[in-house]
Design a protein around this ligand. Structure first.
Ligand code: SF4
Length: 260
């Protein structure tokens, strides 16, 4: 865990590979070594596997999705309240004591990748027995992924784009397909598929270019993985009922392990 802290001085936590000293300079995500929490709450509308969860929204993100509904905090890593790992761990213990029905603690954002070193330290300070969820765009380096595998019980992956063109154009994520697929296959190689829960948010007008290639890839490579299809796109364009029906029918026809 301690080794991850070197990334604050030479950051290659994610595949942007900025190699900046975050104490003095800014990389793509603009996050310094300080961790800010934008909000926190008990969530009851997540997938059954993790529900109810105590969700901690960390400010900052390593993607720039042009439809982001959280851009105020995702694109401003200094938004919210600065927390130390010890303070955040105390808050987690307090919330779990207040809400004994809570099953899991989720780190999300923005995206939690830029603050992984401090998140792992936070987990090490939590006294209450619980399960930890890493909810991320998964654009982290494979080297970092392998280091964090033992610390989380569930990896909730937002697999957003089915091709590199859309990923680059919409979210400024280069070489996206290879990064995501290689990272996901690590779970198969290490026999940790039970830790994996993948989400795809269906986007209007991205059925053939994004949705279909993702579903086809899962059907071919990771058909036993829990797959959550989200149909509540909140951008300016809306999904039609026909789009939603076609997407569910297609995913079912490919025998994906759909979870809700
Ligand atoms: S987390 Fe990613 S985007 Fe942010 S500084 Fe590090 S390598 Fe760059």
């Amino acid at each position: 865990m301690k080794k991850l802290f070197t990334h604050y001085e030479n950051c290659a936590l994610c595949e942007h590979n900025c190699f900046v000293n975050r104490k003095t300079d800014e990389g793509f995500c603009k996050a310094s070594e300080k961790m800010f929490v934008a909000s926190e709450m008990v969530h009851v509308s997540e997938e059954v596997l993790i529900n109810p969860t105590y969700a901690i929204f960390i400010s900052g993100c390593n993607a720039r999705c042009n439809f982001c509904y959280n851009s105020e905090t995702a694109f401003n890593p200094q938004k919210g309240v600065e927390v130390s790992p010890k303070l955040l761990a105390k808050q987690i213990d307090f919330r779990l004591l207040q809400n004994p029905e809570v099953k899991t603690v989720s780190f999300l954002g923005g995206d939690p990748i830029p603050h992984l070193p401090k998140i792992l330290e936070t987990i090490s300070f939590v006294k209450t027995k619980t399960s930890f969820v890493f909810n991320s765009n998964f654009f982290l380096t494979q080297k970092v992924l392998k280091k964090i595998l033992p610390f989380f019980d569930i990896f909730l992956v937002d697999y957003k784009f089915g091709n590199d063109f859309c990923a680059e154009k919409i979210a400024q994520l280069p070489n996206y397909t290879q990064v995501l697929q290689q990272n996901l296959l690590v779970f198969q190689k290490q026999k940790l598929l039970e830790k994996l829960l993948v989400r795809h948010l269906l986007m209007p007008k991205h059925f053939d270019c994004c949705f279909v290639p993702i579903v086809d890839w899962f059907a071919k490579n990771l058909d036993k993985v829990n797959f959550s299809l989200l149909l509540q796109f909140a951008g300016s364009q809306k999904l039609s009922e026909k789009d939603k029906f076609l997407a569910l029918t297609y995913a079912e026809s490919k025998k994906l392990k759909l979870v809700f």
